[in-house]
Design a protein around this ligand. Sequence first.
Ligand SMILES: [Zn+2]
Ligand SMILES: [Zn+2]
Length: 102
Amino acid sequence: MLELRPNCECCDKDLPPDSTEAYICSYECTFCHDCVEQRLSNVCPNCGGGFSPRPIRPVKGYREGVGLEHQPASSLRVHTAYSDAELSEFSALIKATEPSKR
Ligand SMILES: [Zn+2]
Ligand SMILES: [Zn+2]
């Protein structure tokens, strides 16, 4: 199940569960749309994969035991350990290759 992390790993922007700006890689590394486009060039700094918009979990439990009522979003903020220079360097190596070919 997705953790629905609360912030962008790069710029620390809040990304609540209903945010349409939240993007995730296949490992759930979570970033805002601006950082994905402008700082990372669609390269996850942790795994090298591309990003997709994070799905929004409904607030209401439309089926038994599901929804944010039962599985709330994570409150544990995550921050990248990489500097701006390291992020750029890593992205530069990989960004020219489409995510499906990496
Ligand atoms: Zn960001
Ligand atoms: Zn990743």
